[in-house]
Design a protein around this ligand. Structure first.
Ligand SMILES: Cc1cc2nc3c(=O)[nH]c(=O)nc-3n(C[C@H](O)[C@H](O)[C@H](O)COP(=O)(O)OP(=O)(O)OC[C@H]3O[C@@H](n4cnc5c(N)ncnc54)[C@H](O)[C@@H]3O)c2cc1C
Length: 386
């Protein structure tokens, strides 16, 4: 355990590293340095996400992470400063398969037990909510009005600005190239020839967390996968305030962004890589799935220059890896969010600060998220992923 005056090094200045630094600093622990290899913070996956925030998960721990985080995002400007730009237009998950409908009804019951106001909608209600949706084969949908999207860059910079004002150091162009150990403790992070002593090291390196963990001889099962987001020039008649809408069977999703639409669909055959080029070969498959649910998309013009790719940071069970490492107690993981790190960053900052300052995270139980679950074979899989 770290004493109150001990130094913390955080690897990675994305939304997660920023939130951890902020949560340490507001609790009075200001001897914190973030090491970021890029010239500017929040330029990794944080800058490339679809920015969605949702409570609608299948696992209790993810629902709890979302509940805490989305409440914080709603009060971000008052509590932290900066701008989260939270827009709660809801998430709409449309279901066409009888087997899936039962599972989603169970998820809604779990979400409601945990205080989340998710509703079950009839096809006619879906049509009223999103005119232009084809619902002839839809059994029903789940809808949570508190879901929506935010500005991930604004959140990361809000956390960083406040953390810096409280005394946290952010060093850019500082790639961590080594982690120095003495017995079963981390003693320093190496940046090129420089050795930066620390009492605690936090791996918040996003999809590169596996590589950073390996510097300490650890196996952190987080791998990068390209995901492409496509954009249209206009909304093709879909309503401005429509929810982030998902066709669950295909995985197609769409929501308004600016004057256009943002849409996508995970390519299940995408191998792990750090490719950031737009996957134009995949676009036809995405559009085919999209047109089945939203025929109005036939009128859409693709805004080629506005499309982008980024990297998901995926674990085998699609749940994050959080907390102190059993083999190296002053090394902590905060990665592997599997595409949900924006929405779970506020809770992660709180929990990792607790783990460092109080010896153990206590606001939300994170034992299901500790890295030891993979070796022990005790992991539960988050199934509500896209
Ligand atoms: C296309 C796409 C859509 C997404 N949609 C959503 C969504 O709708 N909702 C949601 O919640 N999430 C979404 N995500 C996921 C989300 O973007 C990530 O979970 C989140 O940004 C992770 O934040 P992070 O701080 O852990 O990682 P990053 O933002 O990637 O930050 C990690 C940082 O670590 C730095 N780093 C790496 N290695 C080193 C090193 N050796 N030394 C120093 N620095 C290092 C990197 O440069 C980077 O800045 C999406 C992601 C993508 C790609």
């Amino acid at each position: 355990m770290t004493s109150a005056g001990a130094s913390v090094v955080i690897v990675g200045a994305g939304i997660v590293g920023a939130s951890i630094a902020y949560h340490l600093a507001v609790r009075g622990h200001r001897d914190v340095t973030i090491l970021e290899r890029e010239p500017s913070p929040a330029s990794g996956s944080t800058a490339r996400s679809a920015a969605g925030v949702r409570h609608q998960f299948a696992t209790e721990v993810n629902i709890r992470l979302s509940r805490y985080s989305i409440e914080r995002l709603a009060r971000f400007t008052d509590e932290v400063g900066g701008h989260a730009e939270l827009r709660q237009h809801g998430y709409l998950l449309m279901i066409t398969e009888p087997g899936a409908w039962g599972a989603f009804q169970d998820q809604v019951a779990l979400q409601r037990r945990l205080g989340v106001p998710t509703d079950l909608l009839e096809p006619a209600e879906i049509e009223r909510l999103v005119p232009g949706t084809k619902v002839d084969d839809v059994i029903g949908a789940t809808y949570c009005r508190l879901d929506g999207h935010c500005d991930p860059y604004g959140v990361a910079m809000g956390y960083l600005d406040r953390a810096k004002a409280l005394g946290v150091t952010v060093r850019c162009e500082a790639p961590v190239t080594g982690i120095e150990l003495s017995g079963s403790r981390v003693t320093a992070a190496r940046v090129g020839g420089e050795s930066i002593p620390c009492d605690v090291l936090v791996n918040a390196a996003g999809c590169w967390a596996g590589a950073v963990g390996a510097l300490a001889g650890l196996t952190i099962p987080v791998r990068p996968y390209r995901r492409t987001i496509y954009m249209t020039e206009d909304r093709s008649g879909l309503p401005e305030g429509m929810p982030f809408s998902f066709d669950v069977a295909s995985g197609f999703y769409v929501r308004p962004e600016g004057n256009g639409l943002l849409f996508g669909l995970t390519n299940p055959d995408e191998p792990p890589s750090e490719r950031l080029d737009v996957d134009w070969d995949w676009l036809d498959s995405v559009l085919e799935a999209g047109l089945r649910r939203f025929p109005v998309l036939a009128q859409a013009t693709i805004a080629e220059k506005k499309c982008w790719s980024g990297l998901y940071e995926i674990t085998p069970d699609h749940l994050p890896v959080l907390g102190r490492h059993p083999a190296l107690p002053n090394y902590l993981d905060a990665s592997g969010f599997s595409g949900h790190g924006v929405m779970h960053a506020p809770a992660t900052g709180l929990l990792i600060a607790e783990e460092i300052l109080d010896g153990r995270a206590h606001s939300i139980e994170i034992d299901d998220l500790r890295v030891g679950r993979f070796e022990a074979g005790t992991s539960t899989t988050e199934t509500n992923i896209f």
